[in-house]
Design a protein around this ligand. Sequence first.
Ligand SMILES: Cc1ncc(COP(=O)(O)O)c(C=O)c1O
Length: 454
Amino acid sequence: MGSSLAEVDKKFSLHPYTNLKVHEETGPLIIEKGEGIYVWDDQGNRHIEGMAGLWCTSLGFSEKRLVDAATRQMMDMPYSHTFTHRANVPAIELAEKLVSLAPADIARAYFVNSGSEAVDSAIKIVWYYNNALGRKQKKKFIARKRAYHGITVAAGSLTALPYAQDGFDLPMIDVIYTETPHHYRCALENETEEEFSTRLARQLEQEIIDADPDTVAAFIAEPVMGAGGAIMPPAGYFSKVQAVLKKYDILFVADEVICGFGRTGNMWGCETYDIKPDIITVAKQLSSAYLPIGAVLLTDEIYQALAQYSDELGMFGTGNTYGGHPVSAAVALETLKIYQETDIVNWVKARSTRFEERIAALQNHSLVGQSRSVGLIGAIEIVKDKHSKEQFPVSDKVAAQIMNAARAHNVLVRATPGDGVAFCPPLIIEDHQIDEMFDAVQAALDDVRNKLDS
Ligand SMILES: Cc1ncc(COP(=O)(O)O)c(C=O)c1O
């Protein structure tokens, strides 16, 4: 088994930058309205939403077509469920659209209300599937350290960040935590990306052997790790990992909750990194976050096993009141239509050039050890010493200071574990707005440098 999350914490100084006491003392940032990529707080300040909220408002804050789609559906039929042989037209159309957009082999969609629920449902589906195949022991999950997969009891067990587990008695399910594919922080000296990927794949194989392959059901991964620090996989990583998983008949669950729908410059993160998933989880940009909705996407092979087993048991006993909610489904369907009509994928690809240039330029700053991006997601890694990559003491919360300084320059970004600062703006951002955003980040870095030096 891999090392515990406590060790991860020490190694990367993973710290939360806020807590309930801070929240009480300083109060929240209250957002009152939005337009395009901008939001206004209750003091009248206009900010660029450089994180698209929580990596989700792809179409910005004033897409009227989504408001109209919700209004129309509310008027026609505000509620119907998808439990016990019921369905509604928007949910059916959305399922068809999602399957048509999804990577090959994906044939079915199951609706829930959030990313956490999607991951929880994917876990249950994997277990049910292995029970259907008579593989009662094959139940363990593999997650990567620093992964974020949600906060519910099962999904939170896969979220390999100490702050999401400490105090909550997690993990509650059997999880193997394997190494973070973060070349900058985890590679050995002079190890190339390919060599690093080979080592991680070998290590993964050993962990599977140690755990007993007959007990390992699935590997879950975000194509780009989001909340753990916007970490892109090293070259060759996913092809080497997939070869190991195939050898031991272990399913690949791609958590596309952040990466899905254009974020990485392709419709799916799986396309960007040549991943062939058995199951995909989606949420967030599925509806541009205008209403809560998530989904689990499945191959037909898995679906057929579930169908047959549910026949044996008498019921597929999982579903929920709001799964496939017609208003959320109508908004999601309209979101997907907008993505297609505006060719959002190629828009992101075109914008990613400027985005990459501006992030890369930050690497010249004395506080930035590494900068990285793909599509319209990226991060900088804050260091005390560029050469040794030494971090500032956790208690200095330097990344959080940069986040706050950026806010003073009217740009909202996010401090991440490991003293990173992440950027994930709405996909509709334009080049001049990318400049506006990174000019502010540059100024924030200068402010914090000056403060540290004074
Ligand atoms: C990759 C990933 N999976 C799952 C989730 C959980 O989604 P939600 O917050 O909608 O429950 C998140 C949330 O940030 C995420 O980034």
